[in-house]
Write a protein that binds this ligand. Structure first.
Ligand code: PEP
Ligand code: MN
Length: 360
């Protein structure tokens, strides 16, 4: 055109480039949204028919000066990049921080887990008797504990060992927790029991031995009760996250991950506490992370430094087994601490500033 300078034409070109960029980004955003819908519906991402349809429509509207094959080529590149975008997003699990940047706070009956204030989950390995639960419940309450544990379905190594009181144990735990204003955590081992368990417990525990019991994970994902998911004895961090994904992909996003030690050649401790799992899980996932200081170590003499290490590493809470008389406990007698030792642990954590100074 007459009078147009090179500079003016270049300015126009720059503007068009920016317009194209904006349009491409807008297109990419819609592509991502379509990808999410496809994922939710379980539909295949690449749809050759749809792609052909779009290309044909574009080519038939081609005003030139590019020929049809060039237009086809250019748009195919855009389609390719879009598909790649959907694939990349698919790789990010729901439990991943890449999918949700902010921390998930698990909330149950006013107790908030994962909000920066560490929680101490305490109670016996197994629920044994009403008296035992009463003594522990009272002692825990005196220390300001708000989450009580107690196993009713015990996954024991030997079939001849105490297997737990079952539903009766859940009832005792519920009664004690209610009496002392605590929320209750207990392990469930059978997918068929998940629904029933929601009547008695506020948090369903999935134990190390069941971390890859996929039917159990699916069942826990289909209720809305929070889940405390323990790392398997020989599970990698990635496998733990995939196990959590089973729960979350079913719609239950109230999950607490729990590092409880892994199997190694070391015999000084029952398991080897993988302390680096804590900051890695916090980095990789938005879910709260606990450390079980009892099952990871199997010994009571190192509880205080191990608890401090867990909290220093960024754990949102610790779990510890407390029994009125550990020497006669029906399970895990060696690692359970009594109420006095529990008091010492709490004092040490308060003194170190990991817990607020006062108990009521
Ligand atoms: C428990 O907490 O009672 C238990 C059995 O732990 P884990 O599954 O980690 O062995
Ligand atoms: Mn135990």
């Amino acid at each position: 055109m007459k009078g147009e300078t090179m500079e003016q034409l270049r300015t126009q070109l720059d503007e068009i480039n920016m317009d194209l960029l904006r349009l491409l980004s807008r297109r990419a955003d819609i592509v991502q949204r379509i990808g999410r819908v496809k994922q939710a519906q379980g539909v295949q991402r690449f749809d050759p028919l749809r792609e052909k349809e779009m290309l044909d429509r574009i080519v038939s509207a081609n005003p030139g000066p590019f020929d049809d094959s060039t237009i086809r080529h250019l748009f195919k590149q855009i389609f390719q990049a879009s598909l790649q975008l959907q694939e990349e997003e698919k790789m990010h699990l729901l439990v991943s921080r890449k999918r949700r940047a902010e921390d998930t706070v698990v909330e149950v009956k006013g107790v908030r887990i994962g909000n920066g204030h560490p929680i101490v989950v305490a109670g016996p390995c197994s629920v044994e008797t009403r008296e035992q639960m009463e003594t522990v419940g009272q002692g825990l309450r005196a220390q300001g504990i708000v989450v009580m544990r107690g196993g009713a379905y015990k996954p024991r190594t030997s079939p001849y060992d105490f297997q737990g009181l079952g539903r009766e144990g859940l009832v005792m735990l519920r009664e004690t927790a209610d009496k002392y204003g605590m929320v209750a955590v207990s392990e469930i081992v059978n997918p068929a029991d998940i629904e029933m368990a929601t009547q008695y417990v506020d948090i369903i525990q999935i134990g190390a031995r069941n971390m890859q019991n996929f039917e159990l994970l699916k069942a826990a994902g289909s209720v809305r009760t929070p889940v405390l998911l323990k790392r398997g004895l020989s599970a990698t961090i990635e496998e733990l996250l995939f196990a959590a994904e089973y729960i979350m992909s079913r719609g239950n996003d109230q999950i607490i991950l729990c590092e409880r030690g892994i199997r190694t050649y070391e015999k000084a401790t029952r398991n080897t506490l993988d302390i680096s799992a804590v900051p890695i899980l916090k980095q990789e996932s938005h879910l709260p992370v606990f450390v079980d200081i009892s099952h990871s170590t199997g010994r009571k003499d190192i509880m205080i430094p191990v608890a401090k290490a867990a909290l220093a590493a960024g754990a949102d809470g610790i779990m510890v087994e407390v029994h009125p008389e550990p020497s006669v406990a029906l399970s895990d007698a060696k690692q359970q601490i009594n109420l006095e030792q529990f008091g010492q642990l709490m004092d040490a954590l308060r003194e170190a500033g990991y817990l607020p100074p006062v108990a009521e």
